[in-house]
Design a protein around this ligand. Structure first.
Ligand SMILES: NC(=O)c1ccc[n+]([C@@H]2O[C@H](COP(=O)([O-])OP(=O)(O)OC[C@H]3O[C@@H](n4cnc5c(N)ncnc54)[C@H](O)[C@@H]3O)[C@@H](O)[C@H]2O)c1
Length: 344
């Protein structure tokens, strides 16, 4: 089968490609990425040369480009990881979130309809459900929890989800959606909490924590998320939504303190800053549907996963430095000049 993986140079998409290009030698994976500021060619350059993989630079909102790509490549399956993903950016500039996350999804689905693909899978988020109160720990998000978003980011993702279900009902497009909680692991852009804390701690810099640090997130290792996505795409029921969660709730402050302890750094670095506007209090996911129906299980405990993740960033300080100096933005151009990067 031939897969289109959009957003494959980002955090979750690149981890997905590392996993599936090894596991499924008989399938072929085309990574499509616009290489926005969050796309890092270094995350996937080691996949070049694999028989079952190629990279294409392009934008999911570019209708003509997407049409031409689908026409020439004959995809069977499309998995849409591409998105603007940082909540803080969406508060400053919502427009690009609506364009990429909603219009980009629509452009891809139009091409899926026109060229008759077998499955369109949308990578969504638990943030579409809004948040839960801090004082009722038994409450969880289920697949039928009403959508009730807080930020322009989550609203753009929820809008895309509604559009995906509308394309299924109206046009019969074979779709699935996964809604996952907060991911951690290698290759996460250092604007998100865990890599920010690690990189600042390694440089002995102040670590900003929103409000009192009491917001709760349900952390899942990116590999466990991707195993779930793979199961849904291959075995999931068309028209269904599947939740994926880590069953590992931690307050932001607990998480920051744990990382500092692991790195042997002082908690004095913690600096409380003005809270994020509309900051969701607590996310917690019920993943029992995918566990029962598709046999999904988590391979990583939080303790093991977070330690391995801290080790990874510790051992890849050049990867972080490359981003801080913006060198990473030259990686694709340099590769193109020196090699036979394939075009479609
Ligand atoms: N990170 C999390 O904890 C988390 C949790 C649940 C769901 N998600 C969802 O998973 C998906 C991937 O998230 P991530 O953390 O890897 O994000 P990311 O920001 O690390 O990566 C996004 C990728 O999409 C690419 N991209 C952006 N706009 C594009 C466009 N117009 N055309 C083509 N490519 C484009 C970027 O270049 C980047 O490589 C997103 O849809 C996000 O909403 C993320």
């Amino acid at each position: 089968m031939k897969f289109l993986i959009t957003g494959g140079a980002g955090f979750i998409g690149s981890n997905y490609l590392h996993y599936v290009t090894e596991k499924y030698k008989e399938d072929f994976f085309v990574c499509l990425d616009a290489l926005t500021y969050a796309g890092n060619y270094h995350n996937i350059e080691m996949l070049e040369g694999k028989e079952n993989y190629k990279f294409v630079k392009g934008d999911i909102t570019d209708r003509d480009f997407i049409d031409a790509l689908f026409k020439s490549e004959h995809f069977d399956i499309v998995i849409n990881f591409a998105a603007e993903s940082h909540v803080d950016n969406s508060i400053k500039n919502p427009a690009i979130f609506l364009n990429t996350n909603i219009i980009g999804t629509e452009v891809l689905m139009d091409a899926c309809l026109k060229y008759g693909i077998k499955r369109f899978h949308q990578i969504s988020t638990d943030e579409v459900y809004g948040d839960l109160p801090l004082n009722r720990p038994s409450l969880l998000f289920h697949e039928d929890t009403p959508i009730k978003t807080s930020s322009p980011y989550s609203t753009s993702k929820a809008s895309a989800d509604l559009l995906v279900m509308a394309y299924h009902r109206t046009y019969g497009l074979p779709v699935t959606i996964s809604r996952c909680s907060n991911n951690y692991g290698p290759y996460q852009f250092p604007e998100k909490l865990i890599p920010v804390v690690i990189s600042k701690a390694l440089k002995n810099e102040k670590i900003p924590v929103y409000g009192k640090g009491e917001n709760v997130r349900d952390w899942i290792h990116v590999h466990d998320h991707n195993v779930g996505v793979d199961l849904i795409v291959r075995m999931g029921k068309v028209g269904e939504i599947y939740n994926l969660g880590g069953h590992s709730e931690r307050t932001n402050l607990e998480l920051v303190k744990l990382i500092l302890k692991e790195l042997g750094t002082s908690e004095d670095l913690i600096t409380f800053v003005e809270d994020r506007k509309g900051h969701d209090l607590r996310y917690a996911i019920d993943s029992s549907k995918i566990e029962k129906e598709l046999g999904w299980t988590r391979e990583y405990s939080f303790d093991e996963g977070i330690r391995k993740t801290i080790d990874w960033y510790f051992n890849h300080q050049d990867w972080i430095k490359d981003i801080e100096t913006l060198e990473y933005q030259k990686a694709y151009q340099e590769k193109k000049q020196t090699s036979l990067s394939k075009t479609f």
